[in-house]
Design a protein around this ligand. Sequence first.
Ligand code: DP6
Length: 360
Amino acid sequence: MTIQDFIPKPYSQTPESGSISFKAPSNIALVKYWGKYGEQLPKNASISFTLNNCATKTTLVYEKKSTDGFEFEVFLDGKREAGFEPKIQKFFERVALYLPFLNDYKFRIETSNSFPHSSGIASSASGMSALAMCLMSVEKSFSEAEITNSYFNQKASFLARLGSGSACRSIEGDLIVWGEHKNITGSSNYFGSKYPHSVHPNFKNYQDTILLVDKGEKQVSSTVGHDLMHEHPFAEQRFAQANANLDLLIPVLASGDLSKFIKIVESEALSLHAMMMTSRPYFILMKPNTLEIINRIWAFRKETNSKVCFTLDAGANVHVLYPESESETVQEFIQKELAQFCKNGEFINDHVGQGAIDLS
Ligand code: DP6
């Protein structure tokens, strides 16, 4: 696949108007993407579990127009959200070459998230992936030539990446790789794809409880964070480390060795935060309660032999990861010991899912 393959042939039909709806989930990276180059290309390969409950629903309504330039409006929960529009404008500019119909229609983008907007959970992965699925579906309905499922998903992921890097890992489930990696066949910097090697049943329906430690606006946007990797003294080592961690994960995913899994996943989370702490300017995105939770998880593991572990994204919230077989005991532990460190005691129970779905 090359970029050229994503430029469509002339459309066979272009209806006056239409509407399409998709739901797409968020994802949680085990090996993190942090640092990019060119047009949204990752500096290292990453891998994530696609989630199920944390999701965005998007309806795209389109109507032919004769004016020049992009025309669209974004609505969040029924209310106009002009704040999102610059990001969509930029996205449209990046993808126009691959979706020539963008110039010919006026769009109404209606979106809603399953998680509260103020939860501190980034909606860009699920939001951009839902929008990319809607756009791909419009293209499919305009095209004469058959669009296979695999091309559909690949191009949707390619488009989602141009909206937000990690969004390209939210099109399908359940374990998705993004970024060229020498030991992962089919991996690409341009789109996410299903992890192709064997995965032990221990990882089936893996659980992720998201502890909402800090629900405020992000202190550092991911765009700023990725940019800081350009001048970062440890950048090259970090990119090499991420690729090496993915290498280590391959036999662990196959054998189901959860002790080794924990070591890789927790180290990745802390390395990501170490990058932020050692950039210029530097940031601490963890809160005291983030550290409390991590220490409680470590103590619980020591006492009980549990295989529960944590990961973090670029914020203070903690993703608590555990196998389905431990659901009951870990849920009890979260209620008893960890919920007290969440804002208003709030957390979201999620688990691994299968990707975006058509709601039309
Ligand atoms: C820390 O995908 O939000 O969640 O490409 O600038 O939109 P942009 O960045 P984004 O970065 C997410 C980084 C991360 C790690 C990860 O999901 O791999």
